[in-house]
Design a protein around this ligand. Structure first.
Ligand code: C5P
Length: 221
């Protein structure tokens, strides 16, 4: 991997879950470990890119040579990504952004009420990659689609609907994708696709980065 496929390119990667606070001690999160996104950031750095990583709450070391911005909620991630958009050539949205957040987090710890159900009102979070897609001049956009069923259909639909340049679909049904060191991806772009079979996420990220570099170059020429 000595060829510096992304030399001089500025790559922004989002990774990990988001935590949406319910009260001072509880949150709504998800099972994303951040490993795939961190591996993509490391691989992009290896490929010669200038890499910024916007990381949700994960316990992973920062890849060597990568600039890291830590965030907690989807709204913080949205703000950090948008603040860096103008200086980004390629955005890889590998974060598992929470779709919803509690409308108003309680300022004190919620208490139980004699067996009564608790109702949480949830509000939709901003679509981060979608917000980039509508900017007049936006980075090359790579999304992820973690699905448990009809993976190819959902992924291709998401590619078109969100206006992305590439989407990496992964199967997160029982025991796959999340919280594990290996993964497989099926990547799609407007007029092609490629299967990246099951392998360590570090190697998978290198192959994904090579495809991104290739499509990015094709789009610009
Ligand atoms: O629709 P879905 O959440 O499956 O789309 C996945 C892609 O969209 C991922 O790249 C994810 O990072 C991105 N996304 C986002 N903001 C959201 C939800 C998803 O950028 N609020």
């Amino acid at each position: 991997f000595g060829d510096r496929l992304l030399a001089g390119r500025r790559v922004l990667v989002s990774a990990g879950p988001t935590y949406e606070d319910i009260d001072p001690v509880r949150f709504i999160g998800n099972r994303s470990s951040g490993r795939m996104g961190f591996a993509v950031a490391a691989a992009a750095h290896e490929a010669g890119a200038d890499v910024t990583l916007v990381a949700g709450p994960v316990s992973l070391p920062t890849p060597v040579g990568v600039r890291r911005i830590d965030v907690r909620s989807a709204r913080e991630m949205h703000e950090a990504v948008l603040a860096n958009a103008a200086t980004t050539d390629i955005y890889v949205g590998a974060a598992a952004v929470g779709d919803y957040r509690p409308e108003a987090p309680a300022s004190d710890k919620l208490k139980k009420h004699d067996g009564q159900p608790l109702h949480l009102e949830l509000t939709e979070n901003p679509d981060i990659i979608g917000a980039l897609a509508v900017l007049p001049s936006h980075p090359f956009l790579v999304g992820f689609a973690a699905e448990t069923q009809s993976i190819a259909d959902y992924a291709k639909d998401k590619l078109r609907r969100k206006g992305l340049d590439m989407i990496a679909a992964n199967d997160v049904s029982a025991g796959r994708g999340f919280e594990v060191a290996e993964n497989a991806l099926h990547i799609y772009w407007a007029d092609g696709d490629a299967v990246l079979p099951n392998m360590p996420k570090t190697e998978l990220a290198r192959q994904l980065v090579a495809h991104i570099a290739d499509r990015y170059r094709t789009k610009r020429t």
